[in-house]
Unconditional design. Structure first.
Length: 293
């Protein structure tokens, strides 16, 4: 910044800006003031401009003494230089530059950057909980939402009681074997036991608020080893009976090729000395020669 220099018979001034808050934070849909204050100038009517810088792109907010773009309906200039944005959205999170041009000053231009953060409450997270898991098996529970800003952190509850990220520090979960990652919302049971049965829910939280998913039941059940072995034995017994039945059927000829009923037709023997021929104009056989006496 240019300071005020005083020389004998001469006074030099430079336009200088300041701000009461260069890093304002506001929740979505609320109003916020971006403070830009002219600390010193000798120019009676300096030119004021506001620019928005987001993702490397620069656009005008206030230019030519009027608001630009969508700011025309929800922003205004306060106290000559400060900018007030109403009904803020997550897209308003950006760097805003206040620029003042004062032609009558020794230093004619000064600028100041305001970094605005619009916080967004989390949406209801999506929760995934397995309905039933056998004792001793692993189980993964997931919780996530992607609307909140800043990013949400996650906490899990069983039967409305919080699960500690550190199982060793919690007396209620010392028998459980799980890993809880608050940043990703993943809860992994390495080997569930009966005590892990319950109603599970997850809460996503950030600086703007929190949101909770509905409770979901997870049942941990015992494997019935005796029932499984009994079922296998029954299946084997059925297979043995089927095999014996097929063998008996083969032995009794139920699967043999069918035979023609009655005696098979046999061509009658020719009498001695008689030959049969077929003629073109006769439809049956006739004697070719007479009997031999």
């Amino acid at each position: 910044y240019y300071l005020l220099f005083v020389f004998p018979g001469c006074r030099l001034l430079a336009v200088e800006l300041t701000s009461s808050n260069t890093k304002p934070v506001v929740q979505e849909f609320q109003s916020v003031e971006l403070s830009c204050i002219i600390k010193s100038t000798v120019t009676p009517d300096p030119r004021i401009e506001w620019k928005k810088i987001r993702d490397g792109e620069t656009s005008y907010v206030f230019f030519g003494n009027k608001m630009q773009g969508d700011f025309a309906t929800r922003a205004e200039i306060l106290s000559r230089t400060s900018l007030v944005i109403k009904n803020t959205t997550r897209m308003d999170t950006a760097t805003y530059r206040c620029e003042v041009a004062a032609p009558s000053d020794t230093k004619t231009i000064d600028e100041i950057n305001i970094h605005l953060t619009v916080q967004v409450k989390p949406m209801t997270p999506r929760c995934s909980v397995p309905k039933a898991v056998p004792v001793g098996k692993s189980a993964s529970l997931h919780c996530h939402e992607n609307e909140g800003f800043p990013k949400s952190i996650y906490s899990w509850y069983r039967n409305s009681e919080p699960l500690s990220p550190d199982t060793k520090s919690s007396s209620k979960s010392h028998n459980s074997s799980y890993t809880l990652d608050p940043a990703t919302g993943t809860l992994v049971f390495h080997a569930v036991h009966k005590g892990d049965t319950g109603r599970y829910s997850c809460i996503a939280t950030n600086d703007a608020g929190s949101a909770k998913c509905e409770e979901q039941e997870m049942e941990v059940y015992d494997l019935n080893i005796g029932g499984i072995i009994g079922g296998v034995l029954v299946v084997l017994a059925v297979l043995v009976l089927i095999t014996l039945g097929i063998c008996c059927a083969y032995r009794r000829g139920y699967f043999a090729n069918g035979k023609e009923s009655g005696e098979s037709y046999k061509t009658p023997a020719k009498p001695d000395g008689v030959n049969y021929i077929r003629t073109d104009d006769e439809g049956d056989f006739r004697h070719k020669s007479s009997f031999v006496i």
